[in-house]
Design a protein around this ligand. Structure first.
Ligand code: NDP
Ligand code: 13P
Length: 355
């Protein structure tokens, strides 16, 4: 039987590993839970001593996952040096705004060849750097990868069936992460296109905000399909111009993540868009959320970058005008609907057809 058709032995636990998860928010907690349930010893770093104390006493992270009991061998700590020092593999779930500062402050703690995986879906303001590029700059002696896909934390902690993508150049990194995380409810597919996988995860947050807005305005199912599909065209066009593989956008990290965040009120980015669509101002919507919505920062950076490199992104521009400019939602919708009617799938058609 060819290898790809061989029966899987999901649920069979391999050897126990020491792993670290940096970041005690929603996604760090979800990944720590999967790793713990898979039998690994999880050094779970967060900056808040009260949160460490609470998880030690109650096995609950009440701020981010109040209804979820954290089973397995989880060792919460505020000592990042100890967590990284004990871990064979480190997963980083720190919002993009704080990502470099945390890694830089502790760069001396990481070891040569240690595997470090970013879980973060954002872009750094200065220089348009993705998190894997920050890791490469700050801890170049480590082996780096990126995990991204349709992965709502609130569903993973409920053990709802989920798939994700590990992207890394080193096949040993890809295999190691598949073995550590894969289980009966969590499947890990592999890709070598780190840049595409990572950029897709950051870009789709923008379209989730757009979809939330559309939902608040009760635009209908046709409009939802149009926004998701044209969002995919736009993000693919942009990413490919920066060197990503267009096929990545056909996979879980591309269209998969776009679908889940554009159709679910469990997405924080969707919820911010929804609140703005209902008339709330952006700052209030973000404060009320109390968790990170990376898309509001990514939007600014992508708008600037797309203008600098001459890539047409009408949804990005329209959303920017609504969130950061003075345009009304109605005016932006009108202008989008009455703009030049282009070819479909122009981002993969030969130029002669698409012009
Ligand atoms: N939640 C999800 O469904 C998914 C999230 N992601 C990505 O994971 C990343 C993290 O998101 P998520 O966990 O959901 O975010 P949350 O808002 O739920 O939590 C953020 C976490 O980051 C911590 N943090 C913030 N600033 C700092 C800092 N300066 N130093 C140290 N820790 C800090 C917070 O600590 P404190 O509580 O002390 O402020 C908190 O533990 C994001 O890029 C997101 O896009 C990816 C896939 C799914
Ligand atoms: O990336 C996510 C799901 O794949 C989570 O999206 P939000 O950050 O919008 O909640």
């Amino acid at each position: 039987m060819p290898e790809q058709n061989a029966p899987q032995t999901d649920g069979a636990k391999g050897p126990t590993h020491d792993v670290a998860v940096l970041g005690g928010g929603s996604f760090g907690t979800a990944m720590a839970k999967v790793l713990g349930e898979n039998g690994h010893r999880v050094h779970f770093w967060m900056r808040d001593a009260g949160q460490v104390d609470e998880i030690n006493r109650t096995r609950i992270n009440s701020r981010y996952m109040p209804d979820v009991e954290l089973t397995g061998d989880l060792l919460p700590t505020t000592d990042l040096a100890e967590a990284v020092g004990k871990a064979e593999i480190v997963f980083v779930a720190i919002p993009s705004k704080a990502f470099r500062a945390v890694i830089r402050e502790h760069s001396g703690e990481f070891r040569d060849g240690q595997i470090v995986i970013s879980l973060t879906k954002g872009i750094e303001e200065h220089g348009f750097k993705l998190m894997s590029e920050i890791l490469q700059e700050e801890i170049p002696r480590c082996r780096i990868g990126v995990l991204s896909g349709p992965n709502l934390a609130s569903e993973i902690v409920s053990r709802d069936l989920t798939a994700t993508v590990i992207a890394a150049k080193d096949p040993d990194v890809r295999r190691t992460v598949q073995d550590l995380l894969g289980c009966e409810y969590f499947r890990v597919y592999a890709n070598v296109d780190i840049y595409g996988v990572e950029l897709a995860g950051a870009l789709k947050n923008i379209y989730a905000i757009v979809a939330g807005l559309a939902s608040a305005l009760e635009m209908g199912e046709n409009a939802k399909a149009m926004l998701i599909t044209r969002g995919l065209a736009e993000m693919s066009r942009f990413a490919v111009s920066l060197g990503a593989n267009p096929m990545t956008f056909m996979g879980l990290a591309g269209v998969g993540d776009l679908i889940v965040t554009c159709t679910s009120a469990k997405s924080r980015n969707f919820r911010v868009g929804y609140a703005v669509g209902k008339g709330q101002n952006l700052d209030d919507a973000v404060n009320e959320l109390g968790q990170v919505a990376e898309g509001i920062y990514t939007l600014k950076l992508v708008k600037e970058k797309s203008e600098a490199i001459g890539i047409y992104m009408p949804l990005v521009r329209g959303l920017y005008e609504i969130l950061y400019g003075t345009a009304s939602i109605k005016a932006v919708i009108n202008s989008l609907m009455l703009s030049v009617q282009n070819s479909d799938v122009e981002f993969i058609l030969p130029r002669t057809i698409s012009q």
